[in-house]
Design a protein around this ligand. Structure first.
Ligand code: BGC
Length: 247
């Protein structure tokens, strides 16, 4: 049955939301408000509430956060305001907007969307979605089942956090060849330790996919993410529909 819910993606520069038909993943045009500075949980809750009000659609809401989220509580804050640590984001947002809210990790949300309606449709085996932005987000699926809260961007690689070796931010300091070399090294390593069958690459740099993907040298199939800026929003709405069936 057709059902449309609001998905909201909290990012470093913008907080974006849209109504999403949760089976087809079809989003309506999105509403974007700049991320407040500092981006404390309270300040973000205020924006989330404004976006929900502007969209004006009833029902539970899905929100992504760029950190580990355990039953609605934020457990890591690598690239976000430290005051998020141990914040019960589900309760905070749900009190702000007066309805149920599901909060999940941003990359997990993007992964759910890519697996259901994007580059991972019909793909079994072990699939990793990596979002290369300010940080590196990851979502790992085994035969379509999500292993929540993987943090592959924080695996130590070449003596530092993977996220520092290879993030989208780092891309500006490297040639395309150097960049693709680093991405290849990381993917080769992850494919080996996780037994990956497919890697889906998303995040800002996926826009220039045609420029650098021919430079990749990896032992596993790698494809670009398909949902671009909408992946987090779509996945948040889909996960919310699963969590709050029929409400
Ligand atoms: C965080 C992840 C997040 C990723 C992308 C990382 O720094 O630890 O939880 O998914 O950034 O936003």
């Amino acid at each position: 049955m057709a059902r449309t819910l609001i998905g909201i993606d909290i990012g470093g520069s913008g907080i974006k939301g849209a109504p999403v038909e949760v089976v087809t993943g079809e989003p309506s045009p999105r509403t974007k408000i700049l991320t407040p500075k500092p981006a404390t949980p309270q300040a973000c809750a205020e924006i989330v509430s404004q976006i929900v009000e502007r969209i004006g659609l009833p029902g539970p809401v899905g929100v992504t956060v760029p950190g580990v989220v355990d039953h609605g509580v934020v457990k890591s804050a690598a690239n976000i305001d430290k005051s998020w640590l141990e914040t019960d984001a589900s309760s905070l947002f749900s009190e702000a907007i007066g309805r149920p809210v599901l909060v999940i990790n941003d990359a997990d949300a993007a992964g759910i969307a890519e697996m259901r309606v994007g580059a991972g449709v019909g793909r079994n085996g072990t699939v990793a979605i990596l979002t290369l932005g300010t940080g590196i987000g990851s979502a790992v699926f085994a035969d379509g089942h999500l292993l929540t809260n993987t943090e592959l961007g924080h695996v130590e690689f070449k003596g530092s956090d993977t996220e520092h070796y290879i993030s989208g931010k780092m891309r500006n300091d490297l040639t395309w060849d150097q960049w693709a070399g680093r991405v290849s090294e990381l993917i080769t390593y992850l494919a080996f330790v996780l037994g990956l069958d497919l890697v889906i690459l998303g995040g800002g740099v996926s826009k220039s996919w045609d420029t650098w993907s021919p430079l990749l040298d990896v032992p596993v199939e790698v494809v670009p993410a398909e949902l671009r800026n909408y992946a987090g929003i779509v996945g948040a709405a889909m996960a919310t529909a699963d969590f709050y069936p029929g409400s």
